[in-house]
Design a protein around this ligand. Structure first.
Ligand code: FES
Length: 145
């Protein structure tokens, strides 16, 4: 039911833990199942320099968290804000339809960490495109249009 890439990231998750002295922290929960994810980031020169996660959740939640951290490193804050749950799921070779909601946590957690950083530093970054915890409560399907 899971792709090899999902299983590989589940059994060997990348960037597990917390970054030292994080610049931003995001924590989101998925009320569908009660799973929780926390992401911490380090920002240097406007880019994500380091990112780590802790996820209390299913295999899909852990695999999407892991690959999201890999996809986020090196991106500008704006680029990372536009990383979507659909891109995360696609990078894993897809998720079973019943597990698509699990892909919501990671992108929303990353975006929450960036928002935390932006607000703490009084930066002027357009946050309107970010996926929020509210989106993390959805079914994970990309919006139409
Ligand atoms: Fe909760 Fe997958 S079952 S995130």
């Amino acid at each position: 039911m899971y792709t090899d890439k999902v299983m590989e990231h589940f059994t060997n998750p990348r960037n597990l833990g917390d970054v030292d002295n994080p610049d931003g922290i995001g924590q989101v929960g998925n009320p569908t199942c009660g799973d929780i994810m926390r992401i911490s980031i380090k920002v240097e020169d406007g880019r994500i320099a380091d990112v780590k996660f802790r996820t209390l959740g299913c295999a899909a939640a852990i695999a999407t968290s892991s690959i999201t951290t890999e996809m986020a490193v090196g991106r500008t804050l704006d680029e990372a804000l536009h990383l979507t749950r659909a891109q995360v799921a696609a990078e894993l070779g897809g998720l079973p339809p019943s597990k698509m909601h699990c892909s919501n946590l990671a992108a929303a957690g990353l975006h929450a960490a960036i928002k935390d950083y932006v607000e703490k530093n009084g930066l002027n970054l357009d946050l309107s495109g970010m996926e929020t915890e509210e989106d993390a409560h959805g079914n994970g399907e990309a919006p139409e249009g």
